[in-house]
Design a protein around this ligand. Structure first.
Ligand SMILES: [Ca+2]
Length: 376
């Protein structure tokens, strides 16, 4: 969806920003009574533990042990050199409405469908010959133009793309969704989901209920969804046992990776961002007093902060003024803003909100990719 200059759209954007703002303050209030659980989850989460204790070298080792990537593969060299690597390949992959050069990217697909993707020279429409492999399903296609038959059963599969010229590789984590139609009594696979609003906000496509969600077992939380983010970082904070379900959209991952790269180029060394809140089920979203159209339930919003030095579960003093407050969130918002006129940013346009600390949380930044510009 394009940004339109018509008054109706501007009103909508302002309203969406207000809704999100109200949602966040409601969420903060609810977080106060949920805070013991949240704190426990922070310390018990395998992903958080890994981030807290594992050095980049150990993370690289875990990747090899986990069989996610091989050490000789460019896709696995991220964070092994002691300096920040953006994790971008020398070619592009284009599918549906996404164009990406990230060496890792998770893509949600509905079971039993056909996923078409192209392998392109960066910044051009020229197709490149590639060697493509998939761990499940069937791949067909010719030079740079491929089709993958998505398996009928929900789960994860990997598509690996290798090009000879330029020599590089890419790994797509294909997340075969569990259709939302299989939810009964507001539950999906025993996980409490609640109900998505049946009517899209103002009829907008981005506010239609998702067609399916990603089923996540305990062993899935460390799957890499992009070069510097893992699946578990986006899980809803609601209580419950596995399997859990979530949605994380490629555009959000692309935006977070752009922001992370921008932060590191600013001289702030951090291997990832702390995702305070990623996906929220409609049930959890409602329970914490949020408005029903929050971008978090659609899988393209994240509340984040930099937590690298020290790693203490709080925002760092990223603007180096000796205090940790809303101005640190505003500093990060400024970095997002600085990319606004870059061509790559056009499909990543969305909301940016900054929040001050309260008794439940420190300052943080909200970003989403709703398709229209919203600021608060
Ligand atoms: Ca500061």
């Amino acid at each position: 969806m394009k940004i339109a200059a018509r008054g109706g759209t501007r009103r909508l954007v302002r309203r969406a920003a207000r809704d999100e703002s109200r949602a966040q303050s409601g969420g903060a209030a609810a977080a106060r009574w949920l805070s013991p659980v949240t704190r426990a989850q922070r310390w018990l989460s395998p992903v958080t533990r890994a981030q807290r204790w594992l050095s980049p070298v150990v993370i690289a080792g875990a990747l090899v042990v986990g069989g996610v990537a091989r050490s000789a593969d460019p896709a696995s060299v991220v964070a092994t050199q002691g300096r920040f690597e953006e994790g971008r390949a020398a070619f592009e992959m284009r599918c549906d409405q996404t164009t990406s050069e990230l060496r890792r990217l998770a893509i949600p697909v509905m079971p039993g469908t056909t996923f078409r993707f192209e392998v392109l020279q960066r910044g051009s429409r020229r197709r490149l010959d590639a060697r493509v492999e998939a761990t499940a399903g069937t791949l067909t296609g010719t030079v740079g133009d491929y089709r993958w038959s998505v398996p009928a059963d929900p789960g994860f599969a990997e598509i690996r793309i290798r090009t000879a010229s330029p020599p590089d590789s890419m790994s797509l984590l294909m997340m075969v969704l569990t259709p939302l139609t299989s939810a009964t009594d507001e539950h999906l696979g025993g996980y409490r989901l609640g109900t998505y609003p049946a009517q899209a906000l103002r009829g907008l496509e981005v506010y239609r209920p998702p067609r399916g969600l990603v089923r996540v077992e305990a062993q899935d939380v460390e799957r890499w969804v992009s070069p510097h983010f893992q699946l578990g970082q986006f899980l809803c904070k609601q209580e419950g046992s596995y399997p859990k379900f979530l949605l994380v959209r490629p555009r959000l991952l692309q935006k977070l990776e752009r922001l992370l790269g921008r932060i590191n180029r600013e001289g702030i060394s951090t291997p990832t961002l702390h995702v305070m809140s990623g996906y929220r089920t409609p049930f959890y979203n409602h329970a914490i007093g949020n408005v029903k159209y929050s971008r978090h339930i659609y899988g393209d919003a994240a509340d984040v902060f930099v937590d690298a030095s020290p790693q203490d579960g709080m925002m760092d003093d990223v603007n180096h003024d000796g205090t940790i407050d809303k101005r640190d969130a505003q500093f990060l918002a400024g970095l997002v803003e600085s990319m606004f006129h870059e061509s790559f940013f056009t499909p990543l346009v969305g909301g940016v909100g900054t929040y001050a600390a309260n008794e439940a949380h420190g300052p943080f930044l909200h970003v989403d990719t709703r398709g229209t510009r919203a600021r608060w």
